[in-house]
Design a protein. Structure first.
Length: 122
């Protein structure tokens, strides 16, 4: 077996892949490619849920303007993707093929509770 056979055959493995996620880049075609390849592990799903629960609790007590979050991790751990996609999900002007970005992110999430929290907080 060759390594090439391990990859999704519908994706060109020789295409250019961005090394770093850039917040300001939001061309629809590029976002579509990024989010379609975003792999939400169990750990990432849990981190989304933890953050969204805290944001929901802050909003429930009227502190929606007081929420601050520090995202830390090693280089390449997914901090930029995590924060970019969460921020885009909260911006109802961002769509891909006419579908709000929040729905694309929800499609990548694993647990229904995390998906519901994203809708409630967003």
């Amino acid at each position: 077996m060759t390594i090439k056979k391990l990859f999704d055959p519908s994706k060109n493995i020789n295409r250019s892949i961005e090394k770093v996620i850039t917040y300001g880049v939001s061309q629809e075609a590029r976002l579509k490619s990024e989010i379609s390849e975003y792999v939400v592990t169990d750990s990432i799903d849990q981190q989304f849920e933890n953050l969204l629960l805290k944001m929901e609790a802050a909003m429930d007590i009227g502190g929606e303007n007081e929420v601050g979050v520090w995202v830390s991790g090693f280089y390449g751990s997914g901090k930029s993707s995590f924060t970019k996609y969460l921020g885009l999900a909260f911006d109802d002007r961002i769509t891909i093929d006419g579908v709000p970005f929040i729905q694309h992110l929800q499609d990548r999430l694993k647990r229904q509770q995390t998906k519901s929290l994203l809708s409630n907080v967003g």
